[in-house]
Design a protein around this ligand. Sequence first.
Ligand code: PEP
Length: 248
Amino acid sequence: MRSSLIAGNWKMNGSLESVTALVDGIKSGDRGNAELAVCPPSVFLMKIGGMLAESGIALGAQNVCQHAAGAYTGEIAASMLKEAGCRYAIVGHSERRSIYGESDAMVAARFQMAIESGIEPILCVGETLEERQQEKTIEVVNRQIDAALAASGIDAFAKAVIAYEPVWAIGTGQVATPEQAQDVHASIRQKLAGLNAEVADQLQILYGGSMNPGNAAELLAQPDIDGGLIGGASLKADDFLTICKAAS
Ligand code: PEP
């Protein structure tokens, strides 16, 4: 039986004051029994990590450098994320792929660095609207997963999470139907089961893309949807907690 994970991706939002209030709100509310994680902007990781101590809520980063250390201005090493208390690091978010030009190979290298360093990567995969209209969804998702498989192998997925995030649903208010999401999640699990049935069976596959308190329960009821990666709705403690309870 897989547990559910609800992870909040705060992206580049908030101030020290607002993120502190957000964490206080999440910690003090009723969150059900799903696993929770928050991924703050990196400058706030140490602060939020301290606030989360003993809370049972995990800390995640929004990316991780594919190199161990050195002249990589603006990047953050996995060892630094470990020191900050991160359990997770998002890799391959569509905003990193589309705005910052991160290729499948680069995302796979970041995935591998996380695995090597004992950080659980949350590998984001998903198609654009054009790719969906051309019926290329599964091809695109498989290509993105294959890059990580080539770099790290199937066993790495025992310590990783996949987030299916259709690009057309991220931050748009346009959510995938439960059936659309379930189809892709089932296809991902089936693909990985062909390599290692046990790893595929225990892998948490999250849905991301305009999940909110109104649509979470229906999405999370699907057999292969094991939680959510939440953007906008993770910035309000009440909305985030409602989604967490829907996953319980
Ligand atoms: C995301 O960016 O990972 C995301 C799912 O965003 P939103 O929930 O705002 O669509």
